[in-house]
Design a protein around this ligand. Structure first.
Ligand SMILES: [Fe+2]
Ligand SMILES: [Fe+2]
Length: 274
């Protein structure tokens, strides 16, 4: 096997142990002659960046993705936390559709699924991109859940760091089901997002400005409210994210956020729960 599994163990008092596969950040950067010269050059540059970041990986991203989705058959469920696509070129879309076709998984969108070359998509472009992404990834891409072995897995879109009132309501409905929850997002949850106080630290300042620029000042109180709700809700046992391409943990309220490295490096997360 070329994949590099990172294992974590959680104790929730289950009658039967459960194994969840977590995948994130493949950054597929394919292109072909249907794309413009500029798009092809950009994709080639991106492939080069991720090849170097992965320090000469043993397989290309397509190979890792195919192998990971095959490996997923050995698990009770799979959750993918975004940035599978690095741009929306034809070959990227077709490859992701082919590899994911007929598979069962939860998906949360990543910021790079809303990037057109170097730039973040404009706020008015996001809805049409979301419609296209719905043809690639299964499930409700705003917030979706799957109950397996007495554990409620939730995947939610916080690709632009913000949360919405709709997601707040959906989350409360999930909590009302009464099962222990593992919550997956692309951008890892952390204490700074609970305050969204630009003075908390430099990174919180960057996130604050990003939310205001893309969604307006009014998105701040809702994002704060939802993040705080997640941090305080006892049924949410742990949160999981990607985005940073490295493995580490964040403190988040009285829980832990487990951050997984990129699949373009061959990294896959195994969550063993008992
Ligand atoms: Fe990423
Ligand atoms: Fe990301």
């Amino acid at each position: 096997m070329y994949l590099k599994p990172k294992k974590i163990h959680l104790h929730l008092g289950l009658e039967k142990p459960l194994r969840i596969l977590h995948l994130t950040d493949l950054h597929l950067s394919l292109s072909d002659d249907r794309d413009s010269d500029e798009q092809r050059e950009w994709a080639a540059k991106r492939r080069e960046i991720f090849f170097r970041e992965a320090e000469s990986p043993s397989r290309d991203p397509v190979g890792f993705f195919e192998e990971a989705m095959e490996y997923a058959k050995q698990f009770d469920y799979t959750v993918i936390t975004g940035d599978i696509l690095d741009g929306l070129g034809h070959a990227n879309i077709e490859t992701a559709r082919r590899i994911l076709s007929g598979k069962e998984y939860l998906y949360c969108l990543g910021n790079h699924e809303f990037c057109t070359m170097k730039l973040d998509a404009k706020p008015e472009e996001r809805e049409s991109i979301r419609s296209l992404l719905k043809t690639v990834f299964r499930g409700n891409l705003t917030l979706d859940s799957h109950l397996v072995g007495g554990v409620n897995l939730i995947a939610a879109d916080n690709s632009g760091y913000r949360w919405t009132e709709e997601q707040y309501e959906l989350l409360q409905q999930e909590v009302a089901k009464g099962y222990p929850i593992l919550l997956f997002t692309h951008s890892p949850l952390e204490n700074g997002i609970r305050t969204l106080d630009p003075a908390f630290d430099r990174r919180t300042g960057v996130i604050y400005n990003h939310i205001v620029k893309n969604y307006g000042e009014e998105a701040i109180p809702t994002t704060r409210k939802v993040t705080d709700y997640i941090a305080n809700e006892p049924l949410i046992k742990a949160t999981f994210g990607g985005h940073f391409h490295a493995d580490f943990v964040n403190e988040f309220g009285n829980k832990t956020t487990y951050i997984l490295g990129g699949l373009f490096k061959g990294i896959v997360g195994e969550i063993h729960i008992d």
